[in-house]
Design a protein around this ligand. Sequence first.
Ligand code: HEM
Length: 447
Amino acid sequence: MPNSPPNLITTPPWQQMIHWIADPLAFQDRYSREYGDIFTMRLGKVGTYVVLSSPAAVQDIFNQDAKFDIGRGNAIAEPLIGKNSLMLMDGDRHRQQRKLLMPPFHGERLQTYAHQICQITQQAIAQWSTGQTFVARSAMQVISLEVILKIVFGLSDGQRYQQLKPLLADWLDMTDSPLRSSLLFLRFLQRDWGSWSPWGRMKQRQRQVHELLQAEIAERRTQGDTGRTDVLSLMMAARDEAGEAMSDEALKDELLTILFAGHETTATTLAWAFYQIHQHLDIRQKLLQELASLEEFTPTTAARLPYLSAVCQETLRLYPVLPVIFPRIAKSSVKVGGYEFEAETILMASIYLVHSREDLYPQAHTFRPERFLERQYTPAEYLPFGGGSRRCLGYALAQLEMKLVLATVLSQYQLALAAAKPVKIQRRGFTLAPAGGVQLRVVSKIS
Ligand code: HEM
């Protein structure tokens, strides 16, 4: 990094920290207006970050991912996901672990999940009745939690499943507002003073979840090979290059990593999709027409629909659940976006700012799925799932799930927004979500 970091924000770091936790989008709007495509923010002890938003700089980062420590930059998530998480690994260890975890989330295996996703959705919506109102985000979280529990954990019934489900939901809800999210950023709040302190309660839930997962792993070990295809079974059967199996601790940490990374993100994006589809009835109409044009509704045919895909892409563009990619810590000096940065500089590409660029997305704050039918975007111009060596492990599963849930719900129910007021974006832990979760009303059941 040059002697002084580029465009260093001069506001006191504690003020920047509060602003970043409370409203990371307003924060980025303000300083990108002031400084353009690059600025440096200081978040006190959490760190100093160079935020970049030109596609050229993003491309430089993705091309040179091997020059950064990224797991180390995610240390802030350790208290939640555990120290053996893929997200916290670097170098060879990270590469090997990704190789092990990738196959279950891609290619043929993914297709076998498609039916399960449709079934889970069907079950979740079967009881909806005319006139009923519900919170879209919560309804979607029930579905996405069920998908992860079934596909990844291999659980879909039984006592352990019944105990785990509410416990996980409760645990995740503990950071559902900006104030409660500060727990994750401010170390001094991370004190376990028993179950009456917020951190104590969080840790208590975590212990309970770990105990249940440990019991599940122990049971599977005694069962031996049962031909199961869930991700936990695949992880238990895997061996590293030295022939070693994953330890119980490592298995639990990876399960929780996938749970944290995978289920809230997908549920939140789906809630935004429902919001936009029911704000723009022409979009809903086009989706229904496209669905009606299918000779036969199957998970495979539905997942291929171009307009449905464009609606999902546009939702992910306008509402990035993660406003920035994982921080990249330079291992040695590195050139990005025309700047030379010294070792230990932390760089962060802003998904939100790239997706808001008028030169790429005219009328960037308008929801217009057609833009994805009119042109192709490069990985540095469209990056809801990040990129380079860290590209989201679940990107294919998340997109498949979004399309199948939308197709299943829209073809069976006519819904409407239950409130006319615009829905604001609000921090929820490390992610951004719709404040209030988007209230929907069931107008009628179709057919
Ligand atoms: C709409 C849904 C989702 C969004 C928007 C999303 C977004 C992201 C982003 C931005 C990253 C960081 C990439 C980077 O820094 O370059 C990431 C990483 C990751 N995501 Fe997702 N994600 C979603 C769903 C999922 C799902 C369903 C899973 C698991 C089944 C998952 C698992 C992960 C994991 C494990 C990582 C860390 C990868 C690594 O460190 O190598 N995500 N995701």
